[in-house]
Design a binder for this molecule. Structure first.
Ligand code: F0G
Length: 451
């Protein structure tokens, strides 16, 4: 553990502690809030540990042609920006990160935005953005000598944790809400060998239980309350800036669940600004599902000063979270960048997901809230046609195939939910056709669809 270069700072009371002093639930002893990883040597210009912006850009370009495993990871090639390990031989990597940035052409045209991109984090080794955080935190667990790791999850964290734990030779424990996670994700946790417990509870209940368990047994907690996870999850911000030649987009739009991801991306951009790698931050907006919108309510009713948990309901199961752990960090990212926090309905999510699919990209339902949210921001005049916009697609389309099939078969949404959007939805649905095995029938089907 590189306790020389980093320390932890409580986001509530400002207490500073060494990494080794963190409690098993990663909450501050004094005030109960979460910690940020902080690099004291960066804060002064010319400080001896402060990465030099020009030099770092050069090194990053050089690493593109390197065959070193560390340089091929989209997380560890930025290692000067997350110096959390004492020894890089502890890195557990599946070559995560380096995900594609695609132009979203049809939606750009429909929304009259010239420069609309998606950063597809679903193209990570286990199919979600969680891999970038997991490589960082599992490497820390290995360095610390833990033998068992655990997380509560709506599915993707458990898939990522199980895979990285298996690579590291660690035992892993997964707590999931019974019947409320997509099969694709559950199958991954099983396949990678995790001890998977389905609890008669929701995500928030699983999280609460796990916080108690880690206080009783030497188990390393890998939810995003673990600040080292966020160090990995901030690296897509670096990749985005790098892709735009170290300028930044005007808007970054992120789905909100437990709110670790938006917090991490905010930290990534904040640190690049502090180090002089970029000259400004994008506006960071967080989009939640209307049935799981505690942060939206907190902004609406309390200017993000308090958060009241809600009972969460949405078919976008990845973000079915009513009591998000990292809400203060996410609120800070939104407020300091001048972004927005809003929610979208079940039919808006389904339509946006089908539109992303129709562009040949696809994503899981929780990711599609970003496009649905962008439509609203555009309609309200908060995003202009000359702005550069990046949507974070957090999970692969195959994560939740049932949702997609139900949508295309017309079984996903109720009548009331689609009221007013019937034509739009009918235009996007592509059910498989039952066709006779003759050339004429197949060609007729093709003609019918083309028409
Ligand atoms: N998108 C996907 C696909 C997710 O799996 C998650 C969270 C989010 C968005 C929200 O990100 O929690 O950082 O705000 N999934 C977690 C899990 C909770 O257990 O897999 P967040």
């Amino acid at each position: 553990m590189n306790d020389i270069l980093h320390q932890l700072r409580c986001i509530g009371c400002g207490a500073q502690i060494a990494g080794a002093e963190a409690r098993p639930d990663f909450r501050c002893v004094a005030c109960g809030e979460l910690f940020d990883v902080e690099y004291p040597g960066w804060s002064q210009r010319g400080g001896k540990d402060r990465p030099n912006a020009g030099g770092l850009k050069w090194v990053l370009r050089e690493r593109r042609s390197s065959s070193e495993a560390l340089d091929q990871s989209g997380v560890w090639r930025f290692r000067e920006l997350l110096p959390i390990l004492g020894n890089y031989s502890n890195v557990v990597s599946l070559r995560e990160g380096n995900t594609p940035l695609y132009h979203l052409t049809r939606s750009a045209k429909a929304l009259k935005i010239d420069r609309l991109f998606v950063k597809h984090q679903g193209m990570n080794p286990t199919g979600s953005f969680k891999d970038t955080g997991m490589t960082a935190a599992i490497s820390v667990a290995k360095e610390w000598g833990f033998e068992c790791v655990a997380c509560a999850s709506t599915g993707n964290t458990s898939a990522a944790m199980a895979a990285y734990a298996a690579r590291a030779g660690l035992k892993s424990l997964v707590l999931i809400p019974e019947g409320k996670i997509a099969w694709g994700k559950l199958s991954q946790a099983m396949d990678y060998g995790a001890v998977t417990c389905q609890l008669k509870s929701d995500f928030d209940g699983c999280m609460h239980l796990l916080s108690q368990i880690v206080k009783e047994a030497p188990i390393y907690l890998l939810n995003s309350v673990n600040p080292y996870r966020l160090e990995g999850q901030k690296t897509p911000a670096f990749e985005i800036a790098e892709a735009f030649d170290w300028s930044v987009p005007d808007h970054l739009i992120v789905p909100g669940g437990n709110l670790g991801n938006s917090s991490a991306l905010g930290k990534g951009f904040r640190e690049m600004l502090e180090l002089g790698l970029v000259t400004r931050m994008p506006r960071i907006s967080v989009i939640q599902a209307a049935g799981a919108n505690p942060l939206v309510r907190s902004f609406r009713e309390h200017q993000a000063a308090v958060l009241e948990p809600v009972m969460a309901h949405t078919r976008a199961t990845a973000i079915r979270i009513g009591n998000p752990a990292s809400w203060r960090k996410a609120a800070r990212a939104i407020q300091e960048t001048g972004g927005w926090c809003l929610d979208v309905t079940e039919s808006e999510i389904a339509i946006a997901k089908a539109e992303i699919g129709a562009e040949g990209l696809g994503c899981e339902p929780a990711s599609a809230v970003t496009l649905a949210g962008l439509k609203k921001l555009r309609a309200e005049g908060k995003v202009s046609s000359s702005d550069t916009v990046v949507l974070m697609l957090t999970g692969h389309t195959l994560k939740d195939a049932d949702y997609t099939i139900d949508f295309h078969r017309g079984k996903l949404l109720g009548k009331e939910e689609i009221a007013g959007s019937e034509t739009e939805i009918a235009g996007l649905r592509r059910d498989a056709l039952a066709v006779e095995a003759t050339p004429a029938s197949v060609l007729a089907a093709l003609k019918g669809r083309a028409g």
